[in-house]
Design a protein around this ligand. Structure first.
Ligand SMILES: CC(C)(COP(=O)(O)OP(=O)(O)OC[C@H]1O[C@@H](n2cnc3c(N)ncnc32)[C@H](O)[C@@H]1OP(=O)(O)O)[C@@H](O)C(=O)NCCC(=O)NCCS
Length: 187
C-alpha cells in the first residue's frame, strides 16, 4: 500500500534514486550516466517546484514514485538555464548542450500548455492505479492555481507510458527526434 503526499525539498536524494531506477538498465548500472540523468530531471524540480510536485511513499515514507511539475515554462527557461545548465556543463560539454536545449519544447508550446511534468514509479508499484492517482493530485493542484494546460515528453518507444497518457486525456502534439510531445487542457 502506498500513499501520495506533497513533495519536500529533502526528498531530492530519494527522487533521484527513483529517476535512475526507472530509466532502464543503462542508467541503473552506470553511476555516472545515472547521476547525469537525475541531475537533469530531478534537481531543478526538487529545488524550485516541490510545492507543485507529489511523491508516492510506502509505509516507511520511502519514496517509490513521483510526479514532478513546473507550472511556469518562463520561469523554467530562465532559472534552469541560469542555475542548472552551468552545473550540468561541468559534467561534460555534451550534457551541457542537451541541458541548454531542454527548455525549448516547453517554450514552443508553453503559451497554451504552461506546465510540464515528469512521472516515474518503481517497478513493484506500477500497474496498480498509482500513476493515475498521482496525475489526479497534480491536475487538482494545477486547476486550483488556474493553470490552463500541461505538457510532457516521452520516448516514442515507451508505448506503455504513451498509452497511459492517452487514457488520461493527453493528445499528441508532435513526434520528432524519437520523442512524443503530448499535452492536455485543464480548463
Ligand atoms: C508510466 C507510469 C508512470 C504509469 O503509472 P502506473 O501506476 O503504472 O499507471 P496505472 O496503474 O495508473 O495504469 C497503468 C496500467 O495499469 C492498469 N491499472 C490501473 N489501475 C489498476 C489496478 N488497480 N490494478 C491493476 N491494474 C491497474 C491500467 O489499466 C493500465 O493498463 P494499460 O496501460 O496496460 O492499458 C509507470 O508505469 C512508470 O513509471 N513506468 C516506468 C517509467 C516511465 O516509463 N515513466 C514515464 C516516462 S515518460
Amino acid at each position: 500500500m502506498a500513499t501520495i503526499r506533497k513533495m519536500r525539498p529533502d526528498d531530492l536524494k530519494q527522487v533521484e534514486y527513483v529517476c535512475r531506477m526507472t530509466a532502464g538498465p543503462t542508467f541503473q548500472n552506470d553511476p555516472v550516466l545515472g547521476y547525469r540523468l537525475a541531475r537533469m530531471f530531478s534537481t531543478y524540480y526538487a529545488r524550485e517546484c516541490y510545492d507543485s510536485s507529489f511523491v508516492l511513499v510506502d509505509d516507511n515514507d520511502t519514496v517509490v514514485g513521483y510526479i514532478l511539475c513546473e507550472p511556469n515554462y518562463k520561469r523554467f527557461h530562465k532559472v534552469f538555464r541560469k542555475v542548472d545548465v552551468p552545473e550540468i556543463k561541468k559534467l561534460d560539454k555534451k550534457s551541457g548542450k542537451q541541458a541548454w536545449l531542454f527548455p525549448i519544447p516547453y517554450d514552443i508550446f508553453g503559451w497554451k500548455y504552461p506546465a510540464h511534468l515528469h512521472i516515474d514509479i518503481m517497478d513493484e508499484y506500477q500497474n496498480q492505479g498509482y500513476g493515475a492517482k498521482l496525475m489526479d493530485a497534480l491536475f487538482e493542484e494545477l486547476k486550483a492555481r488556474k493553470v490552463k494546460g500541461i505538457m510532457l515528453q516521452a520516448h516514442l518507444s515507451n508505448e506503455g507510458a504513451i498509452r497511459f497518457y492517452k487514457r488520461l486525456g493527453f493528445k499528441m502534439l508532435s513526434t520528432k527526434l524519437e520523442t512524443a510531445t503530448m499535452a492536455k487542457n485543464l480548463r
